[in-house]
Design a protein. Structure first.
Length: 62
């Protein structure tokens, strides 16, 4: 075997080991961001709902 073939084999093997970890990390990061985004939207919906209720009660008391 020549030197370039050995180097190419080492690169291929190292990428086959590293890439699954990279994609797994990337997928978990994306899932975490989506979950946080959903939580923020739910919190925002709750805040708007409570603000509407507060406005109704304030209007009744005036």
């Amino acid at each position: 075997m020549e030197t370039w073939q050995i180097i190419l084999a080492i690169i291929i093997v190292s990428l086959s080991i590293v890439m699954p970890f990279y994609y797994s990390y990337k997928r978990k990061k994306l899932e975490k961001e989506l979950k946080e985004g959903r939580e923020v939207t739910e919190k925002e919906k709750i805040r708007v709902y409570l603000d509407n209720i507060n406005e109704k009660f304030r209007a009744k008391r005036k």
